[in-house]
Design a protein around this ligand. Structure first.
Ligand SMILES: N[C@@H](CCC[C@H](N)C(=O)O)C(=O)O
Length: 299
């Protein structure tokens, strides 16, 4: 099986080119590919399939040629992945599947635009919807947060400063309310940045524990959620926010309708993987293709 590996600010993905949707992708194969010791290692998988060749995306085929079939490292799949869209666009361009410049990409959360330049890729996600309050707990300590929908679910918790942010133990999932987030949630912790960034209304630092992947170096949809909350806290509904994640800097520009997420996105390897050596059981001769369901817990 051929693959590529890429990342956006350290949020890394195994990319599986499968234009005609023939690959028997299962939750178990995804988890094996993402295993950092026994597989290739990644936060998730991006399957590159024509929208017209995937049952979940065929309705978008008139608006986008390609569907980003995104899976978390644990074999569940999610509605949206902001860094995934950016890396997907970079891959399409470098692999010759798209001309570059501006393109549209179908996702489970709808069609998004991407703009590819030499230094970065920007993705136009739907505007984050801040819709409620909830809490997370880390090592018994309570953090109040805002529930935000970016196509996928987020809980943005504010912490006082960068020292507290750095000290959080995110080696296991923060506790959250199953009632508030029945399909699980990505939990972001955000602290005010210490330096003013030219052109930005706000500068924040964030860490994230991703549903289905654990702590990652970056989360694009999470950065959009954090930016929306930072602007709302400042009484703004639009503006530019510099979001520093452990893997680098993302820039989020919110206007009245769209959330533009920009930063570096690179492809670092192309190769082949021996799926039998991964010790996964592929679907049987009946051709059945087991699939996950959106959100954590699908196996
Ligand atoms: N890293 C992604 C988000 C991936 C999906 C997430 N783990 C979920 O289950 O919703 C991003 O860059 O947005």
């Amino acid at each position: 099986m051929t693959y590529a590996k890429g990342h956006g600010t350290g949020n890394d993905f195994v990319i599986l080119p499968d234009p005609d949707g023939l690959l028997p992708l299962t939750p178990r194969l995804v988890a094996a590919l993402c295993d950092r010791r026994r597989g290739i290692g990644a936060d998730g998988v991006l399957r590159v399939v024509r929208a017209g060749a995937h049952p979940e995306a065929v309705r978008y085929a008139g608006a986008a040629e390609w569907f980003m079939d995104y899976w978390n490292a644990d074999g569940t799949y999610a509605e949206m992945c902001g860094n995934g869209v950016r890396v997907f666009a970079r891959y399409l361009t470098e692999a010759g599947y798209a001309a570059g410049g501006e393109l549209t990409i179908a996702t489970r959360a709808g069609v998004v635009r991407a703009v590819v330049t030499a230094d970065e890729v920007a993705a136009g996600l739907s505007k984050p919807r801040v819709y409620g309050q909830s809490v997370a707990r880390v090592e018994g300590r309570r953090y109040d947060g805002a529930a935000v929908d970016v196509g996928n679910p987020h809980l943005v918790c504010r912490v006082a400063g960068t020292r507290e942010l750095a000290g959080l133990d995110l080696s296991t999932s923060p506790e959250f309310s199953d009632a508030d987030f029945p399909s699980g949630v990505n939990v972001e912790f955000s602290a005010p940045g210490v330096v003013a960034v030219p052109g930005a209304h706000a500068h924040v630092r964030m860490r994230v524990y991703e549903r289905g992947s654990g702590e990652t170096l970056s989360c694009g949809s999470g950065a959009c959620a954090v930016a929306a909350v930072a602007l709302a806290d400042a009484g703004l509904s639009a503006g530019t926010v510099a979001v520093d994640v452990p893997g680098g800097r993302l820039t989020v520009v919110l206007d009245e309708e769209t959330c533009w997420l920009a930063g570096p996105a690179v492809i670092v390897a192309n190769g082949t993987v021996d799926t039998e050596a991964l010790d996964v059981r592929l679907p049987g001769p009946d051709g059945s293709r087991p699939v996950g369901v959106a959100g954590a817990g699908a196996k």
